[in-house]
Design a protein around this ligand. Structure first.
Ligand SMILES: O=C(O)CCC(=O)C(=O)O
Ligand SMILES: [Fe+2]
Length: 333
């Protein structure tokens, strides 16, 4: 195995004494469990509204199968993502400097213009990421052949995700009696972005965090993860492993959906653990309500996603973490 450390942000490189890739003994890699996790399975080809409702109310998360994205596209996307992350750090930095894509590391909280918000040395996320605002793909300058070929994959994936979220959201909106004429305010596709992540392997995996326990701020999030594993979710106050199962996607209910559903649906708490021996790749898609759309419910003060995002940024800066929906809760006496 060749050295990949030059491609890591310096923060994630091992200490001087370990500048060579560590010898990797056989069988120390985290084993993928044989049994499947208890996550509800939703089949997009025969979408069962009852089953979907149950997954959204009880879990806030489900595994999506028969989604119609060709396995070859998923494979190609993950391979290409790996290739981009393996570019030496300084070149990667330079490659994305004048691009609509943003390169960041150490945190997942970015300003609207894509600048990483530093959260202090005690709250580092052991990851690097590429932020892809999907409405700006046409502005992508193919200054580099890696990016030029990547653009086609991004466009294709975007089309599929658009199909998936509109199909899922329609069924959910019907279940929740949301006003159908407002559908594209509740879920505004132009807000959609991708986050490509690499979690560098970490010799002190237990003492560092990939991503700490959190819920997503989105309406819906759709996650594609590689075979390494480490994604965990909470159900009934217990953490469980969300197994990496090829060709399946993980769908999360986000905070905006929880508020729009008046807390009938739950945004799922999840986190990412690190691996001692392997880098992990994941690709997340996040979609939001229209920026200025006022979310009204009996549980929360009326707020827009703009208000929510601003509050998350203030909290991330001052506290080092996101408080989330609790900031908008109506206090009942
Ligand atoms: O990388 C993952 O598997 C999850 C990422 C995630 O939870 C997030 O970006 O909100
Ligand atoms: Fe998340």
């Amino acid at each position: 195995m060749g050295s990949t450390y030059a491609s890591y942000p310096p923060l994630f490189r091992p200490l001087e004494s370990q500048t060579q890739d560590a010898f990797e003994p056989e069988n120390t890699a985290k084993q993928i469990p044989n049994s499947t996790d208890p996550l509800p399975l939703i089949d997009l080809q025969c979408l069962d509204p009852e089953k979907l409702r149950e997954a959204c109310t009880d879990w806030g998360m489900f595994r999506l199968v028969n989604h119609g994205i060709p396995p070859t596209l998923l494979e190609k996307f993950q391979e290409h993502t790996k290739t981009i992350f393996s570019i030496p750090f300084e070149s990667k930095h330079a490659l994305f400097k004048s691009s609509v894509l943003g390169y960041f590391w150490g945190t997942t909280v970015l300003t609207q213009s894509g600048v990483a918000l530093s959260r202090g040395p005690n709250n580092i996320n052991w990851l690097e990421g590429i932020h892809v605002p999907l409405s700006q793909l046409s502005e992508l300058q193919p200054q580099d052949s890696v990016i030029a070929s990547f653009r086609f994959i991004l466009e294709e994936y975007k089309e599929h995700l658009s199909r998936l979220v509109t199909t899922l959201f329609k069924t959910m909106a019907l279940d929740l009696n949301l006003d159908p004429s407002q559908q594209n305010k509740y879920l505004s596709e132009s807000t959609g972005y991708l986050r490509l992540y690499r979690y560098p392997r970490c010799s002190m995996a237990d003492q560092n965090q990939g991503i700490e326990a959190h819920s997503d701020s989105s309406v819906l999030s759709i996650l594609l993860q590689d075979e390494v594993g480490g994604f965990e979710a909470v159900k009934d106050n217990k953490w469980f492993n969300v197994d990496p199962i090829p060709n399946s996607l993980i769908v999360n209910i986000g905070d905006m959906m929880q508020a729009m559903s008046n807390d009938e649906y739950r945004s799922a708490t999840h986190r990412v653990n690190l691996n001692k021996n392997k880098d992990r790749i994941s690709i997340g898609y996040f979609v939001f309500p229209a920026d200025d759309f006022v979310i009204r419910s009996s549980k929360y003060k009326p707020f827009t996603y703009n208000d929510f995002r601003a509050q998350v940024q203030v909290d991330a800066k001052s506290l080092g973490f996101k408080v989330g929906l609790d900031r908008f809760k109506v206090i009942q006496d």
